[in-house]
Write a protein that binds this ligand. Structure first.
Ligand code: GLN
Length: 500
């Protein structure tokens, strides 16, 4: 076993720490050292919590009273910087939250505190709005497989941290694909749980009816371990399901059921790059080799998913972001009176994409347009949901590509919002329908990873993870490390006028 632990999975690290083969402090120190080396090139972290993380790891080593209680004890983690973390600046990668230090932990953070040392907070598209992390108001995060390419988004920092080995695990949030799309671009596993499986308390809200927190990991088993640690009822979030979450990790050791895998024909049409189509065909074959049968299914309202999402998500965002007015916390721009303070603060504090969404959402909710846009979108959302219910009468899970192409280059889509929005074409429907969906590495396009997506019925996380766990026993796409983390310029701040 390696002395450092950098090449071990989270499950292996947890076992080694529990058995006393590794000290949590040594493991944590190793990851922090790796962050010091790699992060100036990748820029995945907004804040690195060197001292805090070491203190937490040392307390894990000292206190053996919880041994066995928490399966993840001592395994360090990175947290997306839209998760409130007590005493630690939480920026949402926005200027408007300047100086904001939450006095409380998000529920997911509270559940991990004292168990998993927090390595730091990771970069994201401002308020989680974007698909490339280029909308961060702070700096760009690079793809560990090619620093000229985006890591995806909005949880680009978390995906890059896990892919580059700077963290064995990370948390992200997914409103329309923000865990799965960066997981695909960076070659790691990313899971969006069923809406309501994980508490959203303390997650800075983007679109409350779509947002879910979920794990990034290198293996399905590691993702299961992390999901088990964060899932389950929470009286602080009224939308969190009251039913206890069964252990996904335990489900991984049950015999593999031969399942019916549905292939939605609308996800295999034009726009799919040849390498992605080939990788998906090979994945289909691997699942057949495991004994699964394939069925053709249809999700006829798929074309409406992106337009529906871009009415509903901005509508909810325009309401959620009304609270940033410079009065209670965050940025306050100089002004002569209260109205001027609102205007100046919001003009200076929000980036271009966030302003665009606030305007789109306010428009869709305004009187005269509400019925034509917002209400109509809610009705289409129901049709999309019903498409899935019908498909799940024929199939146990659905297999699709996560994205139409592998990672794109910086600047390629940033000036064309519609092109950027279309990169979520395969991920958005699962959010609209509230379903669990998992992206896992399934091939390469040259040196860039390709992701496949499994979508399941509500609360089928264990089934999705079980399939990928079995797949990962026979394949090694998840073991591909970035070939080169190239020498590149040091951390770069944004200059005024740049996108974001
Ligand atoms: N890329 C999508 C958007 O820009 C989804 C983002 C997310 O899931 N947070 O809204």
């Amino acid at each position: 076993m390696s002395k450092t632990g950098l090449d071990l999975s989270a499950c292996q690290l947890a076992d080694a720490i529990r058995d006393g083969e590794l000290r949590a402090a040594d493991v944590c120190g190793t990851f922090l050292e790796h962050i010091r080396e790699q992060d100036p090139k990748l820029q995945a972290f907004v804040t690195v919590l060197e001292d805090d993380a070491m203190r937490q790891a040392e307390s894990v080593d000292r206190d053996h009273s919880h041994a066995g209680a928490a399966l993840l004890r001592g395994v360090p983690i990175a947290l997306k910087d839209n998760l409130c973390t007590r005493g630690v600046p939480t920026t949402c990668s926005s200027k408007i939250l300047e100086g904001f230090v939450p006095p409380y932990d998000a529920t997911v953070v509270a559940r991990l505190r004292g168990v998993t040392p927090f390595l730091g907070k990771t970069n994201l598209d401002e308020f989680a709005m974007g698909s490339s992390t280029e909308n961060s108001a702070l700096f760009e995060t690079r793809n560990p497989h090619d620093p000229g390419c985006v890591p995806g988004g909005s949880s680009g920092g978390s995906a890059a941290a896990v892919a580059s080995g700077m963290a064995p695990l990370a948390l992200g949030s997914d409103t329309g694909g923000s865990i799965r799309q960066p997981a695909a671009f960076c070659g790691v596993v990313g899971l969006k749980p069923t809406y309501g499986r994980v508490s959203r308390y303390g997650l800075i809200a983007f679109a409350s009816s779509l947002d879910q927190i979920g794990p990034f990991a290198r293996t399905a088993e590691d993702a299961a371990l992390l999901l088990d640690a964060i899932a389950g009822p929470d009286p602080r979030d009224a939308t969190c399901l009251a039913t206890a979450a069964p252990s996904c990790r335990a489900a991984l050791s049950k015999p593999f059921e031969k399942l019916r895998v549905g292939l939605p024909r609308e996800y295999f049409q034009e726009g799919l790059s040849a390498p992605v189509a080939q990788a998906l065909a090979a994945t289909r074959q691997s699942l057949q080799d495991l004994g699964c049968s394939m069925v053709d299914v249809s999700l006829p309202h798929t074309d409406y998913a992106v337009p529906t999402y871009y009415i509903l998500a901005p509508a909810e965002a325009s309401s959620n972001l009304a609270r940033y007015d410079g009065v209670q916390y965050g940025l306050r721009a100089p002004a002569g009176n209260l109205i001027e303070q609102y205007l100046n603060t919001r003009s200076a504090g929000f980036g271009r994409e966030v302003k665009r969404r606030i305007m789109l959402g306010t428009y869709a909710l305004s009187s005269g347009y509400y019925d034509a846009y917002y209400l109509k979108a809610l009705k289409v959302r129901r049709l999309i949901h019903d498409d899935f219910s019908k498909a799940f009468a024929q199939a146990d899970v659905l297999l699709t590509p996560t994205t139409p192409t592998a990672a794109f280059r910086f600047g390629e889509k940033v000036s064309d919002p519609l092109q950027m929005y279309l990169s979520d074409i395969f991920t958005i429907s699962a959010n609209l329908a509230g379903l669990p969906a998992l992206s896992f590495p399934c091939g390469m396009d040259g040196h860039l990873p390709i992701g496949a997506q499994l979508i399941g019925p509500a609360l089928s996380e264990a089934r999705l993870l079980r399939i990928v766990h079995e797949y990962q026993k026979d394949t090694n796409w998840h073991l591909r490390r970035p070939q080169s983390i190239l020498r590149s310029p040091q951390k770069r701040k944004r200059t005024p006028g740049e996108a974001g």
